[in-house]
Design a binder for this molecule. Structure first.
Ligand SMILES: Nc1nc2c(c(=O)[nH]1)N[C@H]1C(S)=C(S)[C@@H](COP(=O)(O)OP(=O)(O)OC[C@H]3O[C@@H](n4cnc5c(N)ncnc54)[C@H](O)[C@@H]3O)O[C@H]1N2
Ligand code: MOO
Length: 446
């Protein structure tokens, strides 16, 4: 395992891990799995939940809540990234009238045709019907006059000296007319409930007559950053370090579908933590740090004090094994992320991601795997998550994957799931995508 002091001795203070993970997960050394960690005792291994099961428990915990959440009506401008709470049913025929597909002439019967003086533009009022042998200039998207038999494209017609219009190509009956209802009839289901609102869905909804959409509300998340040693700005000094999680978690949680209602820096203050947890109206409280058993690790005592139900208390995953999930009320959960920053990422993807996905009714991403370019050492009992970049058909494990390091994950495209025992070079590893890797930053953070 990559965590802990690797000596089997308890660490001092708040139980901080030290001396771990300086290098690559692909070779032995300081970051290679060890067994002497206090968190790796037989007792702890017994209590900890296997990694796949922890994700299932988190999703299941949220599902019963999700079923009771009332849909929220939002304007199209606010709906991107939400999930439809009801099917998208056409409020109109599409097209809602017979439409010209091309710029040219609407014609009635075989040519040549005499051409009406006034042309037809998109958006103009109902045109007079065409008489047999008559044509009218028409723009793409304009309404087709009654009794039109076809649209002649402007590049396929010629006007003679008498002003009569002749086709220069053979014509088909009905050509370049989009008939009313070609795409859908009013009342047709265009998308099912549960579909994600993408930019294309916004366009379709607008075309089909919608101003607002019934959506699954974003889960509200409050982030509580614990730790007296954390600075909100400037360079680390005098044993104090910068808070890396306060800036990282809110946008990451938003990318997972959450609305972040507050980020509070509480220090190591048990009273403040108790107050914050008991007064929060969030669907999910995410704490950072304080999950271990040091003298100022207040998360467990606080959960005991409020009689919360621990659904997951430690996960067989490295980094991040002290992560936890608790049910505070029927409709409120708490995910405790370990303080080591990469361990916090591991907790985010193991517990918060499935929970938020279920609350937001988002579909589970297709699981996928790629062969690893180099071997990744495994922990003897636990799953490991290691940052990788995707190169061609391979995933390349990154260095700097220790629990306290963000250097690897900041350059990564995904996390590789390395089962107990490890993954050989060339062997497939399941990959957890980072929410911005495929779509780009702008696409997922709106
Ligand atoms: N006796 C034991 N000690 C520890 C165990 C254990 O099982 N038994 N587990 C180790 C592991 S693994 C981890 S991970 C950490 C988890 O610790 P906590 O969740 O209690 O977190 P803290 O002690 O508060 O902090 C750990 C480490 O992370 C730094 N930190 C905390 N918050 C932030 C932040 N917002 N930004 C940047 N860095 C942060 C903190 O300064 C510490 O260095 O426990 C081990 N100990
Ligand atoms: O080493 Mo801990 O597992 O950083 O999470």
């Amino acid at each position: 395992m990559k965590d802990g002091n690797g000596t089997g001795r308890p660490t001092g203070g708040r139980g901080r891990a030290q001396g771990e993970g300086h290098g690559s997960g692909t070779r032995p050394g300081p970051s290679a799995p060890e067994t002497g960690h206090p968190g790796g005792t037989a007792e702890h291994r017994h209590a900890a939940t296997p990694w796949p099961e922890a994700r299932t428990i988190a999703a299941r915990a949220a599902r019963s809540v999700a079923a009771r959440r009332a849909p929220l009506s939002v304007t199209l401008g606010d709906a991107l990234g939400l999930v439809l709470a009801a099917p998208l049913t056409a409020l109109t025929d599409l097209p809602s009238f017979d439409t010209s597909a091309m710029d040219g002439w609407a014609v009635a019967g075989p040519g040549p045709w005499r051409v009406r003086e006034e042309g037809l533009l998109a958006g103009s009022a109902a045109p007079a019907p065409l008489a047999d042998g008559e044509a009218v200039r028409i723009a793409t998207g304009a309404r087709i006059p009654a009794d039109t038999t076809a649209v002649l494209r402007s590049e396929h017609g010629r006007t003679d000296d008498n002003g009569r219009l002749h086709p220069t190509r053979e014509m088909q009956h009905g050509q370049d007319i989009r008939p009313r209802g070609q795409e859908c009839r009013s009342g047709d289901q265009l998308l099912r409930a549960g579909a994600m609102v993408t930019p294309a869905v916004l366009g379709l909804a607008a075309a089909a007559g919608y101003d607002t959409l019934a959506t699954v509300p974003r889960p509200r998340v409050e982030v509580l950053v614990l730790g007296d040693e954390l600075l909100a700005e400037g360079r680390p000094h005098d044993g104090l370090i910068r808070d890396a999680l306060g800036p990282m978690l809110p946008p990451w949680l938003r990318a997972l579908g959450a609305e972040v209602t507050a980020v509070r820096r509480l220090g190591d203050d048990a009273k403040a933590l108790h107050k914050a947890v008991t007064t929060s109206a969030a669907d999910l409280i995410v704490t950072t740090g304080g999950t271990a058993s040091g003298p100022v690790d207040h998360v467990h005592p606080t959960l005991r004090r409020i009689d919360a139900e621990l659904l997951v208390d430690g996960v067989k995953v490295r980094p991040g094994h002290p992560m936890l999930l608790a049910r505070i009320r029927d409709d409120q959960h708490l995910v405790g992320l370990p303080g080591n920053p990469l361990a916090a990422v591991s907790g985010l993807l193991t517990l918060a991601e499935p929970l938020l996905r279920a609350l937001a009714a988002r579909p589970a991403p297709e699981s996928y795997a790629l062969p690893l370019r180099q071997a990744a050492h495994g922990h003897p009992y636990d799953t490991r998550l290691i940052p990788v970049v995707l190169r061609g058909d391979h995933a390349v494990p990154l260095h700097y994957n220790g629990p306290a390091m963000l250097r690897g994950i900041a350059a990564a495209d995904a996390l590789a799931v390395v089962p107990p025992g490890g993954t050989r070079a060339g062997q497939q590893a399941e990959l957890l995508d980072l929410p911005w890797a495929a779509a780009g930053i702008d696409a997922c953070f709106t």
